[in-house]
Ligand binder design. Structure first.
Ligand code: SF4
Length: 404
């Protein structure tokens, strides 16, 4: 491919050549990535242009989102991340585990509002920490949260047709196999590949489920079981820019091995008054642009790159100039329980701000078109049958069926 920035530039010519090669080959040299993650000035402009060219090859001018309803099954968790505002202890009046009736009521409200995805988000294995929660599960015939989650996914799928996306934390291969017949996709943020964050004073101190190797084992197991999978990095929690790059290469390696990573989220840390990291600096818009662009170049055309618009309300649309091609799940009916102070923008607003930069917003399902088009290789046949009636031949929701 011939690109303009091969010539006349004030930026480091070696790095500009690496960018041109990345556009041509769909793979970025790691040493170049470690320098590009700090790009400024003309080099930053070249980085954004290169990332945009790769995105263009993957998804043209189409940017996607999923119309979802958020089901926070339990806000108990055995971990204690320093940035988490979702988690509660059982003694907290706001601690809550949803009953099947509550799950169904939220899913039905979502279905009535045109949602197609039920995002189950919950704390990681709280039964290993809290006896009172173990009793709650036992009274309903369950020993483990994952078993309860499986039944709630089945309930929602059966009764509403919403496609469950399960996000229950670290899972074994058996756990993933249990959920696969009742979900369209699953997810686990890698967050970071840095062990340092587990040390005293680190964001992941006291979090056995945030050991990078443990999370990678889940991502690998999902690959072996052919599950369309969502992962990503959380930036600004104490990792260095180089560690962000390292985490992205780890994800790319898994994607090359299994081909199951359907999307990679670049999520920015936001301060909240009730967290241990309440005085921590937040990543800037420029840091997000650099990280999204480097993510796009490392991942090439193999996966969607997503960032949440509600975590950067002033200016999120410029992510589109850095290679982003998905806005993630947006809910018309439930708030963001992970970042409750950050309301989701209205879908019409996202559509307009996307169009201002020359892109067309399209609705996708909880599973991306590439995986739908591969039939039952990546989806349980019963789930695939439900998926197929919702999409056009390209694997997206037909525009005439989208609600604005
Ligand atoms: S971020 Fe997730 S794993 Fe960490 S404490 Fe909150 S719910 Fe638990």
């Amino acid at each position: 491919m011939s690109i303009g920035f091969r010539t006349a530039t004030t930026a480091d010519p070696g790095l500009v050549r690496e960018l041109a090669d990345a556009v041509d080959t769909g793979a970025l040299d790691p040493a170049a990535a470690a320098r590009l993650i700090r790009a400024d000035g003309t080099l930053l402009l070249h980085l954004l242009e290169a990332a945009s060219l790769v995105r263009e090859r993957r998804s043209g001018r189409t940017v996607t989102y999923s119309r979802k309803v958020f089901i926070p099954l339990t806000n108990l968790c055995r971990d204690q991340c320093a940035y988490c505002t979702f988690v509660r202890r059982p003694s907290d009046p706001l601690a809550h585990t949803m009953t099947p009736e509550e799950v169904l009521a939220v899913a039905e409200a979502g279905s009535a509002a045109g949602c197609k995805e039920a995002l189950f988000s919950l704390g990681d294995k709280p039964e290993l920490r809290y006896a009172v929660y173990r009793r709650w599960l036992a009274e309903r015939g369950y020993a483990r949260t994952i078993e309860y989650l499986r039944d709630m996914c089945a309930l929602v799928l059966e009764r509403t047709g919403l496609l469950p996306h399960a996000n229950p934390g670290v899972m074994s291969e058996e756990d993933i196999a249990l959920l696969r017949p009742v979900t369209a996709s699953m997810g686990l943020m890698l967050e970071s590949s840095s062990e340092r964050l587990l040390e005293r004073g680190g964001a992941h101190r006291g979090c056995p489920d945030k050991v990078p190797a443990v999370r990678l084992a889940t991502l690998e197991a999902a690959g072996r079981l052919r599950v369309p999978f969502t992962t990503g990095i959380l930036i600004g929690i104490g990792e260095t820019p180089e560690e962000r790059v390292d985490a992205l290469y780890v994800i790319r390696t898994l994607q090359d091995r299994y081909g199951h990573i359907q999307e990679v989220i670049v999520q920015n840390f936001r301060r909240k008054p009730d967290i241990r990291m309440r005085d921590w600096p937040e990543p800037t818009l420029l840091e997000m642009l650099r990280t999204i662009a480097v993510a796009r170049l490392i991942l090439g055309t193999t996966t969607a790159v997503q960032a949440p618009p509600n975590l950067m309300p002033d200016g999120y649309e410029v992510y589109l100039l850095a290679g982003l091609d998905d806005w993630g799940g947006i809910s018309p009916v439930t708030r963001d329980f992970i970042n409750p102070e950050r309301a989701w923008p209205h879908l019409r607003e996202v559509k307009e701000r996307t169009a201002q930069l020359g892109f067309q917003l399209r609705e996708r399902l909880a599973v991306y078109p590439d995986y739908i088009l591969r039939g039952d290789e990546f989806l349980d046949p019963a789930v695939l049958a439900r998926v197929r009636v919702l999409v056009d031949p390209g694997g997206l929701v037909p525009p005439e069926k989208e609600l604005w």
